[in-house]
Design a protein around this ligand. Structure first.
Ligand SMILES: *[C@@H]1O[C@H](CO)[C@@H](O)[C@H](O)[C@H]1NC(C)=O
Ligand SMILES: *[C@@H]1O[C@H](CO)[C@@H](O)[C@H](O)[C@H]1NC(C)=O
Length: 523
């Protein structure tokens, strides 16, 4: 149902012709995800749409047309029923293990928590209607069935970049030679072994995901989502039919990739309209840092304080020798430092810190959100990857010349000093960071507006079926031209066979006439 335009009343400068009832499903409680997802929901509301959000993080903003349905706030370790591990131990696990132990198990447990939350249950039991369902695409596939429940087009949003499963689903070219599976770390992706590993992992992930994991999500649909119109399409079909996929990347950083018109890059959208300011104490410290500031933060999940003692000592020693000020996110009260130049806080307003011109280098775990913040503000990186897409992000930063990877296992005083001093002293890192920053911002529309444009495009065009790949109508066989190749192979084999027969006959004739001639000579 479309209703009269609130947007015209609230924000007269916005032209909003068709304000829609939008359901925005972002139940995952992870903080870094919410940093990217929150601006989408809020901006839709600011533009006059009636937005209902199923979320694990409450927004403080109080807009009359922004309704929040709260998911019980549980951390992944609680739902998995295990003690929170030291995240640094994940630096060495394989992509397969990461999917099996964390993403798939965690995803299933989280989906169940979300669908069983009292507010969500209440909401699902009511009669609502929506023109559009937008959902995060992060291992909570059962919620995609809400698009079917409300007979609305589905838009997917990912907080990471390219998604291999969705390339397969939407029939986007896979480009396995140049595009890595999102959570696979490969040291030399375009080498023979790198490409083989990528192919292997893509097949492994897809098969387990489709035939094992998605089946479990289907059970949640049957169990927790009431009043579904029959017949219910499979979750696989629902994702394949998604109208639009917004991905958190931009070719200026990730490199160019071929995308269908319904896969749109919106990387960096949380930076588009940032108006927040630094707290005065940090502002003063930054302004006063004559030699600049080294900023250290391993993100919301990884805690510096959990580092083993000898690695902690290496950091402290190297930091205490610097003339720069050091800002270090440290999560407990047990750090005894005598170095005057080290400022420790449990939390830093990161994107505002990175925007300060005195920041010299960001020592980071390479999470995508933080990496984009560094790119946006032209800050070089020393990256210590731990899990998921972090290694790939940092590999890209290293390749583009504004970052340096230091593997977690290699951290000691010498290696840390060497990497840090290289990035601090070699001017080219800063220069490259600024060049990439300019490219990252050079777009026809800011990222958040791009997201808004395409979401509203789908609303205007009633699901915009015409921007989906027509290859979806074809079988897997036909889409990959296998029938045609098989036919050509057949024609080739048959022709080769005939050529062989003819040649043999001709040679045979030649041989017998030769033999005859020799017989005649002998006589
Ligand atoms: C907006 O959404 C809320 C909550 O989902 C719903 O109760 C309300 O009727 C909607 N408003 C309009 C004008 O459709
Ligand atoms: C929802 O609507 C259906 C039919 O339109 C009605 O039978 C049902 O009682 C309604 N449920 C609620 C909770 O209002």
């Amino acid at each position: 149902m479309l209703f009269s335009c609130l947007g015209v009343l609230i924000l007269p400068f916005l032209i909003c012709c068709e304000c829609a009832n939008i359901l925005y499903v972002v139940p995952f409680t992870g903080k870094s995800h919410y940093i990217m997802l929150k601006p989408i929901g809020l901006e839709l509301a600011r533009r006059g749409h009636n937005v209902t959000v199923i979320t694990g993080n409450k927004a403080e903003e109080d807009l009359p047309n922004y309704h929040q349905i709260m998911v019980e706030h549980k951390l992944i370790w609680d739902v998995l029923g295990i003690k929170r591990p030291n995240i640094f131990t994940m630096a060495d696990i394989s992509a397969e293990e990461f999917h099996d132990k964390i993403l798939w198990s965690g995803g299933l447990a989280f989906t169940e928590v979300a669908l069983q939350s009292p507010e969500v249950k209440q909401f699902l039991a009511n009669n609502n209607s929506f023109d559009l369902v937008i959902s995060e695409q992060f291992f909570q596939e059962a919620t995609f069935a809400l698009a079917h429940k409300y007979k609305a087009p589905l838009v997917l949003v990912t907080t990471y970049g390219n998604c291999m499963r969705h390339n397969i689903l939407s029939r986007n070219p896979l480009q396995l030679a140049t595009v890595l599976s999102e959570f696979l770390d490969v040291h030399d992706p375009t080498s023979f072994w790198g490409r083989l590993r990528n192919l292997y992992f893509t097949v492994y992930e897809f098969v387990w995901w489709k035939y094992w994991y998605l089946e479990k999500q289907e059970e949640f649909v049957r169990k927790y989502i009431p009043d579904l119109p029959q017949p219910v399409p499979s979750l696989y079909e629902l994702q394949r039919d998604a109208a639009l996929i917004l991905i958190n990347s931009h070719f200026s950083f990730e490199g160019p990739v071929a995308y269908l018109p319904n896969i749109v890059e919106v990387g960096g959208l949380h930076l588009t309209r940032s108006t927040s300011k630094l707290p005065t104490d940090l502002q003063k410290l930054l302004d006063d840092a004559k030699h600049g500031v080294v900023y250290v933060n391993f993100g919301s999940n990884v805690r510096s304080s959990e580092m083993p003692a000898e690695k902690k000592r290496a950091f402290l020693k190297v930091f205490s020798e610097l003339k720069q000020t050091v800002f270090w996110k440290w999560e407990d009260d047990n750090l005894d430092i005598d170095a005057k130049n080290v400022v420790v806080r449990k939390w830093f307003p990161q994107k505002d810190i990175l925007s300060h011109p005195n920041i010299k280098v960001f020592i980071s775990h390479g999470g995508l959100i933080g990496t984009q913040e560094a790119i946006f503000h032209g800050v070089p990186l020393v990256g210590i990857p731990i899990y998921a897409d972090q290694y790939n992000n940092l590999l890209q930063a290293e390749k583009l010349g504004f970052g340096k990877i230091l593997q977690y296992r290699d951290i000691n005083e010498d290696n840390l000093r060497k990497s840090l001093h290289e990035v601090l002293k070699d001017e080219s890192f800063k220069q490259r960071a600024q060049e990439i920053s300019a490219r990252f911002k050079d777009r026809p529309l800011p990222a958040l507006d791009t997201a808004m444009y395409w979401i509203e495009y789908v609303i205007r065009n009633k699901g915009a079926d015409f921007i989906k790949n027509p290859a979806q109508e074809l079988s897997w066989f036909a889409n990959n031209m296998l029938d045609v190749y098989a036919f050509l192979l057949f024609v080739f084999i048959v022709s080769a066979y005939f050529v062989f027969i003819i040649l043999r006959a001709v040679l045979g004739l030649f041989k017998t006439s030769n033999d005859r001639r020799q017989k005649v000579k002998k006589q």
